[in-house]
Design a protein around this ligand. Structure first.
Ligand code: AHR
Length: 666
C-alpha cells in the first residue's frame, strides 16, 4: 500500500489512480528498498514526553500582551511618574498635573495623580498612549474604572474618551459625584470603530481638584469573559497547543537583575491596587532593544496563572527564586543563614495552591474566588542557576520541601547551556542528591538540534528525569535581533523532538521558549507566537509544538529506523493512544526532495481502511509566517488508505508528518 500525502482535494482526485499505482509500485520487494521505520506496537512504554508552555513576561508578553489592560502606568508608579501620559487642555483650559503621595490608596501603591483645574475651558487633563497605542474593536465594550477623590464642595466631573490619532472620538463615558475619600468609579465605553492605536483622554470638567489612581480601560471581551481576564485570541492559541503544563513566571524575571527586583509571588495576588509594581527585568537588558516603559503591574499574577492552568487543563509549574539574582547580571546571593523566608515562600505557595480554604493561604485563594485547590504537583527551585552556590541553596529548599511535601516534585536547574562546564558540574551533583527533575536549556543553531536528536539515547534511565525547559533554534545566534522564526528552525526542532519523545522514560517534559513577542515591543527573538495590538499568529515552530502536543498519545512505542544514510535526514518516533486505539507515527524529513519511507507496524494489525495524516511542510526553508500570512506554514489534514500493517508513506520535501492509524495487537 502506498500513502500519498498531498492536498486533500488533489489527493481524492488521484486516489483511485494511486490505489492502482500502489499495487504496482509497492510490491514487497520495492518496499524493502525504502528507508524503513519499524514501530513495535506490542511494546508500549512510558507516557510520552509532556509538551507544555513556558510563559515569561518578556517581549510585552504579559503587560501589553496576554494581560489586556489598555492603560500604561495606570497607577502612576513608574519611576518617571507620568511616563505614558501627556497633559491635554481644551478650549482655553489650564491647570496642573502633579504626582503626589500623601494619603495614598495603600502603602503598596504610594503615588497618585492630582489634577488641579484653574480655568475650566472645555476640559483639562491628560491622555494615555497605551501599549503601542490603545487597541479598540468596533462594537466592543470596555470597562473604564478609576479610584478618585475630591475635597471640593462642588467637585469637577470627568469625561473619558477614546480617540483616534487625528482626534476623532471613538467612544465616551462620564463620571461625577466624587467624594473626599478614595472611591472606585466605573463607566462603560463602547468603541464605534476599530483602531489598534487609539489613545485615552481624561478631561476634568470644571474648576477644582481631582485625585486619580488605578486608571483602567479593560476590555469586556476577555478569555471566559472574566473581569481582569486575559486576551482571548492569545489564550486560544495556547489552548490549541493542548499544553500538558504551564511553566511561569519565567525565566530570568524570576531572578531579577538584583534581588530587590526579583519576582515575589505574594505581591502578585489579591486586590489589584495592592499588587506592588516593579521594573520588568527586560526593561534595560538589551541596549539594542531598550524598553524604558516595561514594568510588571502584576495584573496577571499567580492567581491568574493558576486559573489559566486550570482553563488549559495544564499542570501548573511555578518557578521560585531560590535566593539568587540573575547570574548573567549581579548574581547577588542571599546568605545561606537568611534563606528561610525564601523557603517559607515556597511552603506558602504550596498552601496557596493546594491547601484547604480554611488554611491561611488557602483562604487567600478562596477569597479570590477559587475555594477548590489548584492541584500543584511541580515546583521549580530557581530558574537558570549554576555553581556550588546553587547546589547549596537547592539542598536547603529540598530538605524542607521534601519533608513537608513529598507529593510535590522539584525542578532543578542544569544552568543556561546544554553542554558546558556549568552543566557538567551540576548534573552529577543533582544526580547524587537524587533530584526529581533537571531543567536543561538550549538555544542553538539548526545543526545542533538536528544532531542532538539522539542526545538522550544514552541518558541514565534511573537517574533524575529531564525537563527540556527552554529551547528554540536560533537562526543567527542566541537572542540575536536578526533571528527569524523560519521553517528550517521549526524543522530542526521537530527532528530534536522525535529524540525527546523516543526517550520519554527520561525526558519527562519539554517547552519552547520564549512564548510571546509583540511585533513592536520585543526584546528577544525568536518567539513561538507573535502578535500586535489586535492580531496574532503562530510561527512554524508553534505548529511543530502543536503537532507533538496534540498527537502525544498515551504510551511511547519503540522505533527502529533503517535509512542507510550517513548524514541522517530522516527522524522518527511513535506512540500509541489507548483512548482512540491508534498508533501515532511522527516522521521528520530534512530532505529537499519528496521521498517514500516504509512504515512497519510490528506486532499489530491495522483495523481501519484509512488513516489520518497531519502534514507540515514547505519546500522553502526560509519560509516564515507573519501577520499578513499567518498560516503560510501550517498543518494540513488528510486521509490515506490503509490496507495492512506495512505500507509506504510519501514524505514531502522538508516536512513533519504525523500518521494516525487505527490498529490492534495481533
Ligand atoms: O527565554 C528567554 C530567557 O532565556 C529566559 O528568561 C532565561 O531563562 C533564558 O536565559
Amino acid at each position: 500500500m502506498k500513502t500519498q500525502l498531498d492536498s486533500p482535494v488533489r489527493y481524492s482526485q488521484r486516489c483511485v489512480f494511486l490505489c492502482i499505482l500502489s499495487s504496482i509500485v509497492c510490491t514487497g520487494a520495492a518496499l524493502a528498498q525504502l528507508p524503513t521505520v519499524t514501530v513495535h506496537v506490542d511494546k508500549p512504554g512510558a507516557p510520552p514526553t509532556q509538551i507544555g508552555i513556558f510563559f515569561e513576561d518578556i517581549n510585552y508578553g504579559g503587560d501589553g500582551g496576554l494581560y489586556p489592560e489598555r492603560v500604561k502606568n495606570r497607577s502612576f508608579e513608574f519611576p518617571v511618574p507620568l511616563m505614558g501620559w501627556q497633559e491635554i487642555a481644551r478650549g482655553g483650559a489650564s491647570g496642573a498635573l502633579a504626582v503626589r503621595d500623601e494619603q495614598p490608596l495603600n502603602a503598596n501603591n504610594p503615588h497618585y495623580l492630582r489634577v488641579r483645574v484653574e480655568n475650566a475651558g472645555e476640559g483639562f487633563g491628560l491622555a494615555n498612549e497605551g501599549f503601542f497605542g490603545i487597541a479598540l474593536e468596533q462594537g466592543k465594550e470596555f470597562t473604564f474604572s478609576v479610584s478618585a477623590r475630591s475635597s471640593d464642595a462642588t467637585p469637577p466631573s470627568l469625561v473619558v474618551q477614546v480617540v483616534r490619532a487625528d482626534g476623532m472620538r471613538l467612544g465616551e463615558g462620564r463620571l461625577s459625584g466624587f467624594t473626599a475619600g478614595w472611591k472606585r468609579h466605573t463607566c462603560t465605553i463602547r468603541a464605534t470603530a476599530t483602531d489598534p492605536k487609539a489613545r485615552l483622554n481624561l478631561l476634568v470638567l470644571g474648576r477644582g481638584t481631582l485625585d486619580l489612581d488605578m486608571v483602567s480601560l479593560f476590555p469586556r471581551d476577555t478569555w471566559k469573559s472574566r473581569p481582569n481576564g486575559l486576551r482571548p485570541d492569545l489564550v486560544q492559541l495556547l489552548a490549541d497547543l493542548k499544553p500538558a503544563f504551564l511553566r511561569f513566571p519565567g525565566g530570568c524575571i524570576v531572578e531579577g537583575r538584583d534581588l530587590s527586583r526579583r519576582y515575589q509571588w505574594k505581591t502578585t495576588i489579591g486586590d489589584l491596587a495592592e499588587r506592588r509594581l516593579i521594573i520588568n527585568r527586560w526593561n534595560d537588558q538589551f541596549r539594542h532593544r531598550p524598553a524604558p516603559d516595561y514594568f510588571q503591574s502584576f495584573g496577571l499574577g499567580f492567581f491568574e496563572y493558576f486559573q489559566l492552568c486550570e482553563d488549559l487543563s495544564a499542570a501548573p509549574l511555578p518557578i521560585l527564586n531560590c535566593g539568587m539574582a540573575c547570574q548573567f547580571n549581579t548574581g547577588e546571593l542571599v546568605p545561606l543563614d537568611q534563606l528561610d523566608p525564601f523557603i517559607q515562600d515556597a511552603l506558602d505557595l504550596i498552601e496557596f495552591a493546594n491547601g484547604p480554604a480554611t488554611s491561611p493561604w488557602g483562604a487567600r485563594r478562596a477569597a479570590m474566588g477559587h475555594p477548590a485547590p489548584f492541584s500543584m504537583r511541580l515546583l521549580g527551585v530557581g530558574n537558570e542557576q549554576w555553581g556550588p552556590q546553587y547546589i547549596e541553596r537547592y539542598e536547603r529548599f529540598a530538605k524542607v520541601l521534601k519533608a513537608r511535601h513529598p507529593e510535590v516534585q522539584l525542578v532543578t536547574s542544569a544552568g543556561p547551556r546544554p553542554n558546558d562546564d556549568l552543566f557538567h558540574f551540576l548534573w552529577p551533583k543533582l544526580r547524587e542528591l537524587k533530584a526529581d527533575i533537571v531543567d536543561e536549556h538550549s538555544y542553538a543553531n539548526p545543526d545542533w538540534f538536528f544532531k542532538s536528536a539522539n542526545r538522550y539515547d544514552g541518558y541514565d534511565r534511573y537517574g533524575p528525569k529531564v525537563f527540556m525547559g527552554e529551547y528554540a533554534v536560533q537562526s543567527v545566534r542566541t537572542a540575536s535581533p536578526d533571528n527569524r522564526n523560519t521553517w528550517e528552525c521549526a524543522l530542526a526542532e521537530a527532528a530534536f523532538m522525535t529524540g525527546l519523545e523516543r526517550n520519554s522514560e527520561v525526558v519527562m517534559m519539554a517547552s519552547y521558549a520564549p512564548l510571546f513577542g509583540h511585533v513592536e515591543g520585543w526584546q528577544w527573538t525568536p518567539n513561538l507566537i507573535w502578535f500586535d495590538n489586535l492580531r496574532a499568529y503562530g510561527t512554524p515552530s508553534y505548529y511543530v509544538q502543536q503537532l507533538f502536543g496534540v498527537h502525544r498519545g498515551t504510551h511511547i512505542l519503540p522505533v527502529e529506523l533503517k535509512s542507510g544514510e550517513t548524514t541522517p535526514t530522516l527522524y522518527a518516533c511513535a506512540a500509541r493512544d489507548e483512548r482512540s486505539g491508534e498508533v501515532i507515527v511522527k516522521l521528520v524529513s530534512n530532505s529537499a526532495r519528496e521521498r517514500e519511507v516504509r512504515v512497519q507496524l510490528a506486532g499489530a494489525k491495522a483495523t481501519a481502511s484509512s488513516g489520518k495524516a497531519f502534514v507540515l511542510a514547505n519546500a522553502e526553508l526560509k519560509a516564515e509566517n507573519s501577520l499578513a500570512e499567518p498560516t503560510r506554514v501550517a498543518p494540513v489534514e488528510k486521509t490515506f488508505p490503509v490496507t495492512g500493517a506495512e505500507f509506504a508513506s510519501s514524505l514531502a520535501a522538508y516536512s513533519v508528518t504525523v500518521l494516525r492509524i487505527k490498529s490492534a495487537s495481533e
